[in-house]
Design a protein around this ligand. Sequence first.
Ligand code: UD1
Length: 352
Amino acid sequence: MNLLHVVGTRPNFPKLAPVYRAGLAAGVSQIVVHTGQHYDDALSGSFFADLGIPQPDLNLDVGSLSHAAQTARIMERIEPVLLRERPDWLIVYGDVNSTAAAALVASKLGIRIAHVEAGLRSFDRTMPEEINRLVTDRLADLLLTPSLDASEQLRREGEPESEIVFVGNVMIDTLCYSLQAARQTGFRKSLGVGADAVAVTLHRPSNVDDTDRMRIIAQALREIAKDHPVIFPVHPRTAQRLRDNGVSFEGVRLLEPLRYMEMLDLVDGAFAVVTDSGGLQEETTALGVPCFTVRPNTERPITITEGTNQLVPDPERLPALVRSASRSATTRRPDGWDGRAAERIVEALTSR
Ligand code: UD1
């Protein structure tokens, strides 16, 4: 059995790591191809070191481009690799441009595709990720779902039962694997903040590319910062927008993007999280940390129905919501968020 994993962006790497390790344990041959969609050490290289997996075998160095140009360049550069390697399975992760581009090429070469994190839907096609999810799931031969509602969604879309396998959440595999080591970094304490800290991340175009909306969010964060230390590691896309539009974040601590272990320690010890990230909605649910998602919808509704997540389409409500937040003493994790999803993925791959 020969697996070829394609990854490209920050959220792909913690999903790859447990699957790669489970593949090693099962003795299958594996190649990791990085598209180069993300290239800064803080968004890419540091993750491989932190997560204890080797650096990729190959980097396609596509870099930052428009959606069409980036997708096309990934397709052009991955085609010869897939032709040369002819893997038994192409494994793609999540919903980024690298995911859909690789799937499109493999499908025309007759290479079987396994999609990790299949079946998530925001039903919002203004999000580029939703387009990537729909395309990838339509093309994939094995739909590996993180939650039972995602499997249900794929059935509703007419996917054959034989292709849908509920495996659980690989992000949570990585969280379970890394939590002790993350706590040992002492990162949150090194910032001089206690358990009242509020961690913030924002990078969705619908938030950061709209200056008026960004001003309202910044005003809300300044308000929260009167009562809590507010720690905001800034994604490069967001940093660029903030430089361009001069929005004030007085009282908020803006940081460079954090390494995986630092972010996990910060979030694990936080009072609350304000975010538009998909991964953080899941991680806060697993850790029992209140999460306020600054979006009108989520492709991960299970983090609301069974977790700690709350959608906040109107950011003016954030200060009041954070004020009334409390961390629950017990955490309830959705089915399959048990640290063993990757084992189930390798089992599903090797049994077909
Ligand atoms: C991408 C994904 C998004 C994911 C996010 C996580 C798509 C459509 N979007 O969004 O789903 O949540 O990654 O981070 O695939 N940049 C750098 N250094 C880098 C990478 C990017 O400075 O290493 C800057 C560039 O100015 C670039 C901008 O960030 O133009 C956006 O990068 P891009 O990969 O296009 O999208 P993200 O916003 O990172």
